[in-house]
Design a protein around this ligand. Sequence first.
Ligand SMILES: [Zn+2]
Length: 214
Amino acid sequence: MTTWIPMEKKCAVCGNTHTYHVLASTNSFGAPDLDLRPAPMQRETMEGWLEECPECGYIAKDIRERPENRTVFQEERYLTADNIPFESALAARFYKYHLYCESIGDVKGDFYALLHSAWACDDADDIENARRMRREAVRKIDAIIKEHPENETNTLLMKADILRRSGEFDQVIALYEGMHFEEPLLDQIRMFQIERAKAHDDGCYTVAEVTGQE
Ligand SMILES: [Zn+2]
């Protein structure tokens, strides 16, 4: 069960106080998707991953914390979310957070904001913008691998899924056919991605669907 607690918080940018709903607890049921998108129960919590001030539009994990860059929130591209016609306000919120992270050089925050925007688009059946978010996210992922080489295999598998789900089938085949992962499950996922890419399938799959276990 997902539990929310109402909490009064003062915005660090404009100083206005509003009630935000903070996540108290959740249970995740089911297997995550191949890009680590959580199962539906936990996905409902995405509304609480970022807070958005209704007065000034400031977006942060905690609205009380001062931003490293204040000017980005007044920029046209931030205010309009680059004029992207998102079907979901949540997707637009993650996209704006990506613009902020990009402006302060937070590579990891930037990448995940784009990926989370794609997930919110998935849930809103906003297929075109889900693809667009994944294409933008995948351009950042090599920098993540460089920064966190200890997670290279997992990040590479996430990259394979993002590429395939944005329709870049040839890239998946070209990049992953020559690879091999030590861990049998991870190598099974790699081969699954190649097989699905060859079938020009950009669909969503869970880890359980790859292994055949529920
Ligand atoms: Zn504010």
